[in-house]
Design a protein around this ligand. Sequence first.
Ligand SMILES: Cc1ncc(COP(=O)(O)O)c(C=O)c1O
Length: 378
Amino acid sequence: MRIPFIDLDRIYRKVKDNIDNAISGVFGSQRWILGPEVEELERTFSDSIGVEAAVGVASGTDALLLSLRAQAISRYNRQFFRRDEYIITTPFTFVATAEAIIRSGATPLLVDIGEDFNISVSEIERAVLSYKNVVGILPVHLYGCPADMEAIMDIASRYDLFVVEDCAQAFGARLSGRCVGGFGDFGAFSFFPTKVLPGIGDGGMIACRDKRNRDILRALRNHGGIDKYDIEYIGYNSRLDSIQAAVIAVYLGYIEEFIKERQRIAEAYISALSGIDNLILPKAEKGNVFNLFTLRLSHPLDRYRVCRELNARGIGAGVYYPVLINEMQGIRDYVVVSGDLNQALKAKDEVLSLPIFPYMEDEEIEYVVDTLRAIVLS
Ligand SMILES: Cc1ncc(COP(=O)(O)O)c(C=O)c1O
């Protein structure tokens, strides 16, 4: 049996007719960039997250960068942050998180993570107290598991910090019934094709709380001005294509089903794999949308050996992430580490992600479970 890490074709086939119609609709209007489909998606997106506004951009990376730029503009009346201003984030994330902070002018201040792989709230507070110039917090809802936003927002309000949530992997994830992306000042989402809410190329969306920031974001994505020759800021070409928006809108209509599917598979993995020595499973929390299903294999189990053997038997397992942000050659001189990163260092050596995608069949889940059990217990 061959089981890919994610099967995009299976998701597409479920809604093929609707997608094909949505794409032909854009050919009908020929308004390829920021067309009516983008405006419509922004409306339904903000309604589904429960925020005032949403602004479509070219990628999740840009969603983070433009959120930070808008924050510098609206809060500090400056276009960029300064290098001596710190934004607290996690070292255990995709590179885009830190890259966006650096490109906004600020310095990522990296703190350790907790058992759920998300940023540690106590380490955030320790960093705020140890460094003078902390301006904001950028938590990542890693793998689809919501970070502890209530505690993070409490720290933010006590120390007067802004919060940008990296929701790239966590569309639809909830805490106490509220969607991620609606807690902080901004929520940055990605429509990269493997995400919970996928596009058919690059795309992103920013959830924001007020119209002023929405207008700044609209200008930033369009070279810094709503009007072509009235340029207010140094901007970007970061517009969302109408075709992307049309397709994402179709997928958005099925999102509850996609999320239930991911949760069903996660629960099946958890119940079938529990009780194995040195194999630590994620918790089956309701708010987790399981963009990735990531477990840890601790000593004497060897994560790379297990991954190789799964791959050899046709299972698309992978490692997210084997390298911390502060270990990346081109990035490390632009970040500062607060405290030790013991949990993150342990996580990067132990994590392994199993295939998970909507409409994965029971026999496929069984094959992954049986194969993993056989490898680990051999
Ligand atoms: C945690 C995280 N942040 C940011 C991004 C960037 O999103 P994009 O690939 O759409 O630029 C990703 C996606 O790959 C991600 O996983």
